[in-house]
Design a protein around this ligand. Structure first.
Ligand code: GLC
Length: 485
């Protein structure tokens, strides 16, 4: 595609993005999820916290931080500060999946959806984590440290983390969540410890070490974050990891082991894993983190967000990050095909689809969350590739997306094993499709922007020692330097 055509594409994408901006009391506050004139809006006319993330990074890059600041300030006000024990109200610390601007006689107000209106009544475990990551990006981009040091912001970060770190019914370092608690907001067998949430949780914990001031009210959370990071990182790197060597270990696992020395800690039964298919599919120099792990369950599906965010957040070590990218490169037809890229691979089919999704017609095999392809993932793929000095993967993916996105009117997702069909129920003019494309272009043009979202890999034992874990950026005011807890 010639330079001129690409320029037109980029200009059109910016024009479309501009039209998605929502105004609250006359000031820009976020972007609506989609502007499809032909499909019922449902809740796509709302601003979703997760969907706004790539748009927000673009506004920061463009030198328009006011939108992002306004978004952060107003969404923070929606976060409940009390009420842990009230079952019909959102928990303390939760951020809504989305909000809309409603009007009352006195003027406008924000009406949040914590899962009390959403299809399936799913509450978002990821919204608060994306919010914390966006706050970090805002601080890095603007150097506006005053905002994050405000006591309401310190409390907001603390409460997001507290909700993930509180006492729970398991003995693992991962965060325990119900099905449908993330971008995949429908039943997909992701209850328990899905990778997508663990990668975001890990990044948010790291962010808390950078953004929380060493003041008395933060001490408990800071210590809890330090205690959690090492075991969480180790656990994900060791027990979620799948490559040929690891497959050989799992294949020959003993079962019904009891006690501290157990190798097969989760009591995985060999028959539950499609070894022959996997041994053929995983390249010799490739690997990835499994989709979910729990008692007698190792979900070997590949999930893009968890794997790409693991690279971006430094959750995987250098070697693992490269092997994930090797897998994507060598299994390009499966994972990228005609539109970057699959949200999850492979699709659940037949009886598995019936049982696991509850026979969800929107998530039928190779559609939507169940093996559909989401152009929004272009920014994550490009960021992960660029971070590991493999920009060519990003270039290639962008070139593929450019063949279709404008002509197809920026669909939300594509269907089919090779992503040739516009998603059966996909919205057109989906905002994060537009933003995902533009952001990928920005990361290629100026890799310096990556610092807003990336973290360097650390050794697990380093997390206990503040001196050995400086943040990649520390917005702590000079008066606090040296006393970092
Ligand atoms: C769908 C997606 C969800 C997204 C929302 C708005 O519900 O599953 O991830 O946030 O649409 O685009």
């Amino acid at each position: 595609m010639g330079d001129r055509i690409t320029r037109t594409l980029v200009e059109q994408a910016w024009d479309e993005l501009e039209k998605t901006i929502m105004y609250y009391n006359g000031r820009p506050i976020g972007t609506i999820a989609a502007r499809d004139p032909d499909t019922a809006a449902l809740n796509y006319d709302q601003c979703f916290i997760r969907d706004f993330f790539p748009s927000a990074l673009l506004f920061l890059i463009e030198g328009r931080p006011d939108i992002v600041r306004h978004f952060l300030e107003e969404t923070l006000k929606l976060q409940p500060k009390t009420g842990q024990l009230e079952c019909l109200k959102p928990s303390r610390g939760l951020l809504p999946a989305s909000f809309k601007i409603a009007t009352l006689i006195g003027g406008e107000y924000l009406k949040p959806d914590f899962g009390d209106h959403a299809i399936g009544r799913v509450a978002p475990a990821d919204a608060g984590l994306w919010w914390v990551l966006l706050l970090r990006a805002y601080v890095i981009s603007t150097q506006d440290t005053a905002l994050v040091q405000r006591s309401d912001f310190q409390e907001g970060i603390r409460l997001v983390l507290e909700l993930c770190l509180v006492t729970r019914f398991d003995m693992y370092p991962m965060v325990l969540v119900p099905d449908g608690a993330s971008m995949i907001d429908r039943r997909m067998g992701l209850y328990g410890h899905p990778l997508d949430i663990q990668s975001l949780f890990y990044a948010a914990l790291r962010t808390s070490l950078e953004l929380l001031l060493p003041i008395p009210e933060n001490q408990t959370i800071l210590q809890a974050a330090r205690n959690r990071l090492g075991p969480l990182q180790q656990h994900l790197r060791d027990n979620y990891w799948i490559d040929t060597d690891r497959l050989n270990v799992i294949y020959r696992f003993q079962v019904e082991e009891y006690g501290e020395e157990a190798l097969n800690q989760f009591n995985i039964y060999s028959d539950s894993i499609p070894f022959y298919r996997l041994a053929k599919w995983v390249p010799e120099a490739g690997g990835y983190l499994a989709g979910n792990l729990g008692p007698s369950q190792l979900d070997c599906r590949f999930f893009a967000i968890g794997n790409l965010m693991a690279i971006i957040a430094g959750l995987t070590n250098e070697h693992q990050s490269h092997w994930i990218l090797n897998l994507i490169e060598l299994r390009w037809a499966d994972l990228v095909g005609n539109m970057p890229m699959k949200l999850c691979y492979p699709a659940l089919e037949d009886r598995d689809w019936q049982i696991v999704t509850g026979a969800d017609p929107k998530n039928r095999p190779w559609s939507y969350h169940n093996g559909g392809s989401w152009p929004v993932l272009l920014w994550m793929l490009t960021a992960a590739a660029r971070k590991m000095n493999r920009a060519e993967l990003g270039h290639h993916a962008i070139a593929i997306a450019e063949r279709r996105l404008l002509q197809d009117q920026w669909p939300e997702y594509y269907d089919g094993p090779d992503a040739r069909l516009i998603g059966k129920e996909a919205r057109k003019y989906q905002t994060w499709t537009i933003a995902g494309y533009l952001l990928a272009k920005e990361f290629i043009a100026n890799p310096d922007h990556l610092k807003m979202i990336t973290f360097e890999a650390q050794e697990a034992e380093d997390w206990q020692d503040p001196a050995r874990t400086p943040g990649s950026y520390s917005p702590i005011a000079p008066e606090y330097q040296g006393s970092k807890s």
